[in-house]
Design a protein around this ligand. Structure first.
Ligand code: PGA
Length: 252
């Protein structure tokens, strides 16, 4: 029988967090993570707080991640950070191909794939984000878009140890709107099926839902088969809200 996938609740702080409040938040979530042995908890603060966040989380089960990396290990890339640099300051994971990076920085599936390869090279787990826009959903192309993004972004040899996939409908991010539970179920089942032709470990790869996850809707989302956790933006910035989402995840 296949090993059950551990739930993962990941917070993406985006471009938020100054030292004092940010580290207080890390400490509060680290405490929460200690009480939740059956669930993996990850926070992804901005680059500026990574090292301090890793230090604040030390000795707790809280995992620390970054929000992006460059594909190369080093070189003339002003303002960028390599996966090796992230690992060097204590990151365990890195989010790759978030829709805000795809939009703001023109990131393509091909770039997402080489960044995911870079994460693996540096020993970091990669959270690869995919998701349709509102126009794509309204024109009935959601599943087709998800298949194409997966095929273009997942490196060969992807396993559940190196990779998590986050399904984030672009129109649900930061908007307070979420797909229905039935729509999430259809998307996740499709992603799981599609991964079957792209990875020999398709059943081991955790699949997160992201986009306006809150403590009030988390339990319903986590009840969907193939939802192995959440990637949380806004609600990860408030300890009580993020804790409520962690509490809604049944331990596996
Ligand atoms: P949100 O963001 O929870 O604020 O909608 C999710 C994300 O962008 O990862």
């Amino acid at each position: 029988m296949a090993t059950p996938r551990r739930r993962l609740i990941a917070g993406n702080w985006k471009m938020n967090g100054l030292a004092k409040d940010g580290l207080d938040l890390v400490r509060a979530i680290a405490e929460r993570a200690r009480a939740e042995a059956g669930t993996d908890v990850l926070v992804c603060p901005p680059f500026t707080l990574l090292a301090a966040a890793a230090a604040a989380a030390q000795g707790s089960p809280l995992l620390i991640g970054a929000q992006d990396c460059h594909a190369k290990p080093a070189g003339a890339h002003t303002g960028d950070f390599s996966a090796e640099m992230l690992a060097d300051v204590g990151a365990h994971w890195v989010i790759i191909g978030h829709s805000e990076r795809r939009t703001d920085h023109g990131e393509t599936d091909a770039l997402v794939r080489v960044k995911a390869e870079a994460a693996r090279r540096a020993g970091l787990g990669a959270i690869i984000c995919i998701g349709e826009t509102l126009a794509e959903r309204e024109s009935g192309r959601t599943l087709q878009v998800l298949s194409a993004q997966l095929a273009g972004s997942l490196p060969s040899g992807t396993t559940g140890e190196s990779t998590v996939v986050a399904y984030e409908p672009v129109w649900a991010i930061g908007t307070g709107k979420t797909p229905t539970v039935a729509e999430v179920a259809i998307a996740h089942a499709h992603i799981r099926r599609t991964m079957g032709s792209l990875s020999s470990d398709a059943n081991g790869i955790r699949l997160l839902y992201g986009g306006s996850v809150k403590a009030s809707n988390a339990a319903e989302l986590f009840s969907v088969a193939d939802v192995d956790g959440a990637l949380v933006g806004g609600a990860s910035l408030i300890a009580a809200d993020f804790s409520g989402i962690i509490a809604a995840a049944p331990a596996v």
